[in-house]
Write a protein that binds this ligand. Structure first.
Ligand SMILES: Nc1ncnc2c1ncn2[C@@H]1O[C@H](COP(=O)(O)OP(=O)(O)OP(=O)(O)O)[C@@H](O)[C@H]1O
Length: 333
């Protein structure tokens, strides 16, 4: 396994480039998520890395080896887990996993990989006899089989339902770590990116808006666009001065100076016996937590995310206080 380094990468389809001077690094054994909205260039990036699309300028390195556009896909040492698995339907599970490796090594390696992805004993099944989650595990085993230097995962959970997606996410991370794989996963799902990766690249219009650890992306987003993209937010227009900003929820500590947007995460809004009075408009129950929709005296609507037992209901009057500092950004949402 090697680390992957991308330097000032530019690529496109003629006309304006789709990727514009993209820079990031995945250390050996690291798991990077590339997160961005539809059309930002995620698929193009994967295609360039896999060798299916040329580089206009910039560099891609796999350890000490430079991957120029003339290195064909099969000589890159890169494994791919496509969207929805794309298993060969006429081959068994073992046939799929063993497809890219030599006959001599096949038996032991296939069993070892099926065990690694939790599908020991599934070798003789056909793809049509697998659930969506199982098919994705087989696709991951197939990608890991030839011991690639890097594994690329293209929205690998997009076809799965929410519960399975979360379970498989943890398993895929554990499998990649157990295999010592260097991996890059693209997704438009912020929860997925923040939940699975060691580092996240937020890609916007072909430019890296932020490259940082998941927690940093959430708690210290580079700008308002990233902040709004990676999680729910309560925002107000405000003017920051001397580390403070006035908001409908009181005067809050913040950074920045001058006019801009104050941003809080809904879990910072605490319902209790002190704070600003507000009316509960509705409660949206999510199972593990709930969102309480609130209306302040001046009509401002905000939302609070509450863990544990929910003791309020629509029509209640509650007090709202704010936990921690507010983020502050130039511009308006
Ligand atoms: N073959 C192509 N020819 C011309 N333009 C293309 C081609 N493929 C993609 N594009 C354009 O490049 C931009 C980036 O597309 P890309 O598929 O890389 O985005 P994406 O982030 O993967 O989107 P999605 O999440 O919807 O798959 C888009 O504006 C798209 O229209």
């Amino acid at each position: 396994m090697s680390g992957l380094t991308v330097k000032r990468l530019v690529a496109g389809y003629g006309g304006e480039p789709v990727l514009r001077e993209v820079d990031f690094e995945v250390p050996e054994g690291g798991l990077l998520a590339v997160l961005g909205p539809s059309g930002c260039g995620k698929t193009t990036l994967l295609r360039v890395l896999a060798g299916f699309h040329p580089i206009a300028s910039g560099e891609v390195w796999l350890g000490e080896r430079q991957l120029t556009s003339d290195v064909p896909p099969e000589r890159r040492g890169i494994g791919i887990v496509p969207q929805e698995g794309a298993l060969f339907p006429h081959l068994s599970v073992a046939g799929n996993v063993g497809f890219g490796i030599g006959r001599a090594e096949r038996g032991d390696r296939v069993e070892e990989l099926l065990d690694l992805v939790g599908l020991g004993g599934f070798g003789s099944r056909m793809p049509a006899q697998l659930s969506g989650g199982q098919a994705q595990r087989v696709a991951l085993a197939r990608a890991l089989a030839p011991r690639p230097e890097v594994v690329l995962l293209d929205e690998p959970f997009s076809a799965l339902d929410a519960g399975l997606r979360e379970e498989l996410r943890a398993d895929v991370r554990a499998t990649l770590k157990a295999a010592g794989a260097t991996a890059l996963l693209v997704t438009h799902d912020q929860e997925e990116a923040l939940g699975i990766a060691d580092h996240v690249v937020v890609l916007r219009d072909g430019v890296v808006a932020q490259f940082a650890r998941p927690q940093t992306i959430y708690t210290s987003p580079a700008d308002l666009g990233v902040a709004l993209f990676v999680g729910e937010a309560v925002t107000f227009a405000g003017v920051a001065r001397s580390g403070l900003v006035e908001t409908p929820l009181g005067t809050l500590p913040t950074s920045g100076d001058g006019p801009g947007t104050v941003l809080l995460r809904p879990e910072q809004l605490i319902l209790g016996s002190t704070g600003v009075p507000s009316i509960v408009d509705d409660v949206l129950f999510h199972g593990h937590d709930a969102t309480v929709l609130l209306r302040l005296a001046d009509g401002t609507r905000v939302r609070s995310r509450v863990q544990g037992r929910i003791s309020v209901r629509a029509g209640d009057v509650v007090s709202v206080s704010v936990d921690g500092a507010a983020l502050f950004f130039e511009g308006t949402p």
